[in-house]
Ligand binder design. Structure first.
Ligand code: CTP
Length: 402
């Protein structure tokens, strides 16, 4: 969560400097406060006015310019910031930071602070591969700076290779990771997400309206907090979150196999997937033709994956979801008990802003100790953090009871 977090964005002189504008916009949209420091060369690629307008604050460039608030800019900015991001970071700023050269406001400010600092290199592929640049990047890592891997693709010089500035949204996600509490550091979490599809011929299947957004938000939030995440997902249109071990499945049976294969060793399992309870008894090899088909579809029951986990779980914290349209608390409590869960997350499909396709959710958190907490409407990523906060209590208890 970047709300009210203070980010100093250092912009250096490369063609990707224009993407610093989008990065600033995204950071502001996430609620961060942004102060921009530009090098003289950066000003040749993007104007201070653009950065000032988007960051809603002054742009700093001249180390000798006294302003009302920042009479010694490099010291004040260093104290003010929660994190520093250098995007794009040219070979020049990387070299200067690695060698301890402080000859302008940005390099001086980098030197004068000890906050988490992320360099996002962007340059020509040959330049990036240059052993001197590579050596400087290694040095920066040794000094405790973070380096974001450049993206691969078409570069401004028309060659294809590594050296592109990563997508601004990915840089924002990296900053989220840097600033998130690390209370799940190296904790193994398995999350299921999305719907399942149960085919009855090569083109048709039974499914439900799950978008996967809640499960993917859980994977993202857990990864930010340091967890080792395995995400098993039915078909969705979402991009798998970075750094999660991602396994794509289609049917409930495939999901069961993947979950059982990856269950051993997990500290937490969160089953956010909307698993189809039934599947067609037979799958036709060819498309069923209108004139040959019948109006009947024979179904058989799918395995209840969560109930099976409840029977074998031992020390694992098991969290289920309950999607209801009535008697929310009563139905969810009964599912929690029947499936031997530590916690259940109940949501009512009928509530505005809750359920399948939305970016928000309204959840009631219930646990096996009888606690019932209904939370207000919030984004799915905020809801994911709340679920992780509650699950952590059981994780702690399990650890100390061993
Ligand atoms: N679940 C599962 N395997 C199934 C069905 C459900 O693992 N075959 C899990 C879901 O991932 C969810 C929880 O069980 O975490 C509850 O799912 P839900 O569909 O709300 O409940 P059901 O147990 O299927 O009961 P009902 O459909 O009767 O409400």
């Amino acid at each position: 969560m970047l709300k009210n977090r203070k980010i100093v964005l250092g912009v250096t002189g490369g063609i990707a400097a224009y993407k610093a504008a989008e990065l600033t916009r995204l950071l502001i949209r996430e609620g961060a406060q942004v102060r921009v420091v530009m090098t003289e060369n950066a000003k040749a690629f993007i104007t201070p006015l653009t950065m000032q307008t988007l960051s809603q604050g002054p742009v700093f460039a001249d180390p000798y310019a006294a302003t009302d608030q920042y009479d010694m800019a490099h010291i004040s900015l260093a104290q003010w910031a929660d994190a520093f991001v250098i995007a794009p970071a040219t070979a020049n700023i990387i070299g200067k930071a690695a060698a301890g050269i402080a000859d302008d406001l940005l390099s001086t400010t980098i030197m004068a602070q000890d906050k988490p600092t992320l360099f996002c290199p962007a340059m020509n592929d040959k330049m990036l591969a240059n052993p001197v640049v590579q050596d400087n990047l290694r040095k920066l890592i040794q000094f405790g700076y973070r380096i974001m891997q450049s993206a691969t693709g078409e570069l401004a010089c028309k060659v294809t290779g590594s050296g592109r500035l990563p997508d601004p949204a990915d840089i924002v996600e990296e900053i989220e990771c840097i600033l998130a509490p690390k209370d799940y550091q190296n904790v193994k979490i398995l999350i299921t997400a999305g719907p399942t599809q149960e085919p009855f011929d090569p083109v048709r299947f039974i499914t439900n309206g799950s978008s996967g957004k809640m499960g993917y938000a859980l994977a993202k939030a857990a990864r930010r907090r340091g967890a080792a995440v395995t995400l098993i997902s039915g078909p969705t249109s979402l991009n798998p979150p970075a750094a999660a071990h991602f396994i794509a499945v289609r049917t409930a049976q495939e999901m069961r196999e993947a979950v059982m294969a990856h269950f051993p060793g997990q500290a937490v399992v969160i089953k956010a997937a909307a698993v189809s309870d039934y599947r067609p008894k037979t799958i036709e090899a060819d498309k069923i033709k209108k004139d040959k088909g019948s109006s009947r579809l024979d179904l058989e029951q799918n395995p209840d994956i969560l109930a099976e986990l409840g029977r074998i779980k031992k020390n694992c914290v098991l969290v289920g979801f309950a999607m209801e349209t009535r008697d929310l608390v009563k139905n969810a409590k009964s599912k929690m008990q029947k499936k031997n869960l530590d916690m259940i997350v109940a949501n009512n499909l009928r509530e505005d802003g809750a359920g399948f396709q939305t970016d928000t959710n309204i959840i009631t958190l219930m646990d096996k100790n009888g606690s019932v907490t209904t939370l207000p409407k919030m984004t799915k990523i905020e809801a994911a953090d709340q679920i992780l906060n509650s699950a952590r209590k059981f994780l702690k208890k399990k650890k100390t009871s061993r």
